[in-house]
Design a protein around this ligand. Structure first.
Ligand code: ZN
Length: 235
């Protein structure tokens, strides 16, 4: 193999690695600008819950948030919202923000073509609009994966993408819940956007311990609407 072939292969590998990293990391900003952290000067964080509403876990999480008097952001799956509209109404009635997390949240979402991706985003938005009377502006891509087709669809829909700066990995059931809590607290920083899920048996426990620890460390909790000063709804 000649030197030029080797150089060509090496450059190709680097390009592939960069593109793969751009797809996998919501913080890369390669295909889509995502809001991943708030101001560094303010001692506040945003709690974000993905994949709900869940008929059992979401009410448990809402109860904890109400007890602590804090507001969070819920990225809802359209078809689950359609199945549990009363939960969506409760989330909004209690002062939390709802965002779009696609209609079906299928594992193959990042591999869909542009039209199907746009349809997933549109359907979820329509369901949430029908239930709440408002069109969510915030969007979070499933798994945090982005690519050119997702980027185009989100920009056309005029949505604001929200990423995270702390990933709890709370859905990994083999990890003890104490380890998940320690992971989040170990990465805590002003302006953190914390990724959680309201669909796990440990969700309420984790939320409560987190709020307890945040209080002790002098952190307040904001919605992403407040943190980034962007209206959560288009109308
Ligand atoms: Zn998700």
């Amino acid at each position: 193999m000649s030197v030029s072939t080797l150089i060509f292969l090496a450059v190709g590998l680097v390009v592939i690695a960069v593109l793969a990293w751009g797809s996998a990391s919501i913080r890369s900003d390669l295909y889509l600008h995502a809001l991943c952290r708030g101001g560094r000067n303010e001692r506040s964080v945003a709690l974000t819950f993905d994949d709900g509403p869940d008929p059992v876990r979401t009410p448990e999480v809402l109860d904890v948030l109400a007890r602590y008097g804090v507001r969070a952001t819920f990225f809802l799956v359209g078809e689950k919202a359609a199945a549990y509209p009363e939960l969506v109404r409760r989330i909004v009635a209690e002062g939390h923000v709802v965002g779009n997390h696609t209609h079906t949240h299928k594992g193959f979402f990042p591999l869909y073509g542009s039209r199907r991706i746009a349809g997933e985003i549109r359907s979820a938005g329509e369901v949430l609009h029908a239930i709440t009377g408002r069109r969510p502006r915030f969007f979070r891509p499933p798994f945090g994966v982005t690519n050119p087709a997702i980027g185009r669809s989100v920009r056309r829909a005029g949505l604001a993408t929200v990423g995270w700066s702390i990933r709890s990995l709370d859905t990994v059931t083999r990890t003890p819940r104490e380890t998940v809590l320690a992971r989040v607290l170990g990465k805590l920083h002003p302006g953190a956007v914390i990724l959680l899920h309201d669909r796990c048996p440990r969700s309420a426990w984790l939320t409560e311990r987190l709020l307890e620890a945040l209080g002790k460390r002098g952190y307040s909790v904001n919605t992403v609407e407040r943190m980034f000063d962007i209206d959560a709804y288009e109308d």
